[in-house]
Design a protein around this ligand. Structure first.
Ligand code: C5P
Length: 287
């Protein structure tokens, strides 16, 4: 057996936090979109145990890797825990970027294994398994355009992002998700995004209306790295993006462009400056 699957990144078109829950997680309100930036997974039945290998040295091969955890949970769920697996990850999604790279790999592992094992788990069973692995894994499993609430695992389909080019830029530094959530807990959120207005603009295919409502509450956290984030947003807008915002807990920022050439030009310039830049497009449902 050798199966391949693409693991697509996500962006948070906007991100709101409604409060902290008794279980320590936060109540999220996030319109999310799958984008064409992706890792490629190849899974083989081989040897004993489950291990991953990647083109990036610092990506762990053991259970710290969400793809390994997903494979282990999947095999347990179908009663095949003895099976050895090798997961090869050709990674392109930047790590520590707020683009759900690890979650996308876990989700792609679940899709690939379920296909290889003859759809032994239903869509509902697979989604429940995904949510246990991480808050963004359920979205990455199903993909498309969704309003994610709760920890991020409650998904409701919404209209896709109006046609546009998505220039994604990541500075050299990464941001740890728990660290930023912790900072958020120590300061009140003063401004919340207009999620309902954003979804309505998406329903109407109104890209300008969407761009006016791009907002991420994590950008208001007291953290000196947010200065660089604001700088990148400014450069995307100077390059004629209609709007720009940080995705998830960063450090990647994306700008939405109507014009492909302007997006490519801006991206080439920011790639030289920040190291990573990519022009992506929206991707529809994956499962
Ligand atoms: O669920 P996951 O392991 O991806 O979450 C990583 C961390 O992000 C959690 O340990 C928690 O600190 C934070 N988190 C949160 N509320 C969420 C999702 C994640 O506080 N809804």
């Amino acid at each position: 057996m050798s199966i391949q699957e693409k693991a697509y990144a996500k962006i948070n078109i906007s991100l709101d936090v409604a409060g902290k829950r008794p279980d320590g997680y936060h109540e999220m309100i996030m319109p999310m979109q799958t984008v064409s930036l992706c890792d490629t997974l190849t899974i083989r039945r081989e040897g004993e145990g489950i291990r991953a290998r990647s083109n990036l040295r610092y990506v762990p091969g053991d259970e710290r890797n969400l793809a390994v955890r997903a494979a282990k949970r999947y095999l347990e769920a179908i009663g095949e825990e003895g099976q050895g697996l090798r997961i090869e990850l050709d990674k392109h999604i930047p790590v520590g970027a707020g683009m759900g790279g690890g979650s996308a790999d876990a989700a792609a592992t679940l899709r690939a294994l379920n296909r290889a094992y003859g759809d032994r788990l239903s869509r509902e069973e697979l989604t429940a398994l995904a949510a246990e692995i991480g808050s963004d894994v359920a979205f990455c499993l199903v993909g498309g355009t969704m309003l994610a609430t709760g920890r991020g695992e409650n998904l409701q389909p919404i209209a896709p992002l109006p046609p546009c080019y998505i220039a994604i830029v990541k500075p050299a530094f990464s941001i740890s998700t728990p660290e930023l959530f912790n900072k958020l807990d120590h300061a009140p959120i003063r401004i919340h995004p207009d999620t309902a207005g954003l979804i309505e603009a998406m329903e109407q295919g109104d890209l300008q209306g969407v761009c006016r409502r791009l907002y991420n509450v994590f950008e208001d956290v007291d953290d000196r790295r947010m200065r660089s984030i604001r700088q990148i947003k400014g450069e995307l807008l100077d390059g004629s993006a209609l709007g720009a915002v940080m995705t998830g807990t960063g450090s990647a920022v994306f700008g939405l462009f109507e014009d492909a050439e302007a997006a490519a030009r801006c991206c080439a310039k920011l790639k030289k400056e920040y190291g990573f830049a990519f022009v992506a497009e929206s991707v529809g449902t994956l499962l």
